[in-house]
Write a protein that binds this ligand. Structure first.
Ligand code: ZN
Length: 563
């Protein structure tokens, strides 16, 4: 993490200065003040570079005087449209423009209108500066980024420091997720993943680890059929953060569940070789839940929350599950495994049922890089959101917009549910063909939530980015940590906690109707018309070059987040 400090404005003795400016600021007092300190070079530089303050415009002036090595101008766009996301982006752009500088000062005074503005710039800078370079041993020192610290100049450094504490905790959570997702699968296998989560105990998180024998005893037949082909044993980790007053605790926890397939070959339904290396991040859902728990504990969130991750490796071998095998899940429901590459839902099925039975949570939100079909539907701009609860779904969508992590609600319904009927078991693990593959996957999960308010986020298209974005460097995005942290902060902490209404009747009907003998309106596939295409959890290469996710339009209501 970048060293972040806050100080009163003053000319730095050395290093770089970053000056974010809105379009309206160019002739203003701030520019005049720095221009005087720098002997007129700022005004000349602004004119020569045709800097207009447009959003995202970045201009660097070298050796501008006053002992500075460089002056970076970052455009903020129109002042009235500026918000927390704009401030974060400015911090991110600044870091990207600082090149080989070791330290830099950012004058945050042009960004204002809400209490946390200087801390928002710092957050953007920290998020952009993160880098995973554990395995680069030959990089020359001059090629490494050297930025170690950023000093944010503002009128009230003490207040900014206070605002920074909670953001720093969230950044720490994001970094844990990015690190877990970036690690290769030979290092981050299920036991190693579980071991790393032990470090959350230092923050006060209770961490329970379940091994092969424990899971066998519990009857996790769905999850264990995924790991049985691998030399790596499975793990389930249950993390608990109890942030409410111990004496008054009578509320149910909220629950987050993550798919953690540390490597997905597809199993016997093996994936094509091209791009299979991407399947190291088929554990991104579990990575996000882990980072979220770190963020909530780190900022001492006043909420009781459980985070559960199911960790397995999906390999083909003589002991692997065969297509056509029937397994019995923790819930007692039987599953015909048609495609061993649709394994994430098998893992989640048992963890969701277990979570519901043990904790009876207010709601369950699961995250999973579940289907390649969601990338076909939504590209890399939105995660797929499926829910049996309209209020929960709306809150997730809104929280996502306020932090720039977008989710788009997809349908559920009985007609889709019928597509996962099996001739031999209670259900099969894929639908009849490629059509609606993300939805039939969600229907499968819904059969294991037993009426609990629930949302499923299919993050296959957003967990990994193909290019740099202002606050998210190329690679693991940690999409979801900030969204869910915001969801908790807005709706589930302290006096602002708002209970969710009971789940909608219609969705209940969809669950119960699944097992009933209602007439089959949709035929299960179209035999003979086309060779059945596999409906893998993920295509081998989900996105060669994902487009950068657009910054969400931020709403005034969320400009000044309560933390
Ligand atoms: Zn798979």
């Amino acid at each position: 993490m970048l060293d972040i400090a806050f100080a009163k404005p003053a000319l730095p003795e050395s290093g770089a200065l970053v000056l974010p400016l809105a379009e309206e600021d160019l002739g203003g007092g701030l520019v005049g003040e720095w221009d005087r300190l720098l002997g007129g070079s700022l005004a000349r530089g602004l004119a020569a570079a045709e800097f207009k303050g447009r959003k995202g415009q970045v201009v660097t002036l070298f050796a501008p005087g006053g002992g500075l090595s460089r002056l970076v101008l970052v455009g903020l766009g129109k002042r009235e449209a500026l918000d927390a996301g704009g401030a974060e982006a400015a911090g991110g752009h600044a870091v990207a423009a600082l090149g080989k500088e070791g330290i830099a000062s950012i004058d945050a005074r042009a960004i204002g209108g809400w209490a946390g503005a200087p801390a928002d710039i710092a957050l953007g800078a920290a998020l952009r500066a993160w880098r995973f370079d554990r395995y680069r041993t030959k990089e020359k020192p001059e090629d490494k980024p050297r930025l170690t610290g950023v000093k944010v100049l503002c009128d009230d450094p003490a207040a900014a420091k206070g605002e920074w504490a909670s953001r720093r905790a969230v950044a720490d959570g994001v970094f844990l997720t990015r690190e877990l997702v970036s690690e290769p699968a030979n290092i981050l296998n299920p036991p190693e993943f579980a071991d790393r989560l032990r470090k959350l105990e230092k923050l006060g998180v209770e961490v329970e680890v379940f091994g092969q024998k424990d899971l066998e005893k519990l009857g996790f037949g769905a999850m264990l059929c995924v790991s049985q082909g691998s030399a790596q044993p499975p793990r389930m980790v249950v993390m608990r953060w109890n942030g409410t007053d111990q004496k008054k605790r009578d509320s149910k926890p909220i629950a987050f569940i993550g798919k953690g397939v540390t490597f997905d070959t597809g199993g016997i339904s093996i994936k094509p070789a091209g791009g299979m290396e991407d399947m190291k991040w088929d554990m991104a859902g579990a990575g996000v839940v882990s980072g979220l728990m770190m963020a909530l504990a780190g900022r001492r969130a006043k909420v009781d929350v459980v985070g559960l991750v199911g960790l397995v490796e999906n390999m083909p071998s003589g002991t692997a599950t065969r297509p056509g095998d029937v397994v019995t899940s923790y819930s007692g429901q039987t599953i015909e495994v048609i495609n061993t590459d649709a394994e994430g839902r098998l893992v989640l099925a048992d963890v969701l049922s277990y979570c519901k039975k043990r904790f009876d949570p207010t709601f369950m939100v699961n995250l999973a890089t579940l289907t390649g079909a969601i990338i076909v539907a939504l590209g890399n701009e939105h995660a797929g959101l499926f829910s049996n609860d309209d209020d929960l779904a709306r809150r997730i969508e809104e929280a996502g917009k306020s932090v720039g992590e977008l989710a788009w609600r997809m349908p559920l319904g009985e007609a889709y549910d019928r597509q996962i009927r099996s001739d031999i078991a209670d259900m099969k693990n894929v639908g009849g063909g490629r059509a609606g593959g993300s939805i039939t996957a969600a229907q499968f999960l819904q059969r294991f939530v037993e009426g609990c308010p629930w949302a499923h986020l299919d993050i296959a298209g957003v967990a990994w980015g193909g290019k740099d974005q202002p606050t998210v460097p190329k690679g693991a995005t940690a999409w979801g940590v900030r969204l869910l942290d915001r969801l908790v902060a807005e709706h589930h902490e302290g006096r602002s906690a708002q209970p969710l209404p009971a789940p909608a009747e219609t969705e209940e009907a969809a669950v119960s109707g699944a097992g009933s003998a209602s007439p089959a309106v949709l035929a299960e596939g179209t035999p003979g018309s086309e060779a059945p295409l596999p409906a893998p959890d993920l295509p081998a290469r989900p996105a060669a070059e994902p487009a950068p996710a657009p910054r969400a339009t931020r709403r005034p209501a969320t400009r000044r987040p309560r933390r």
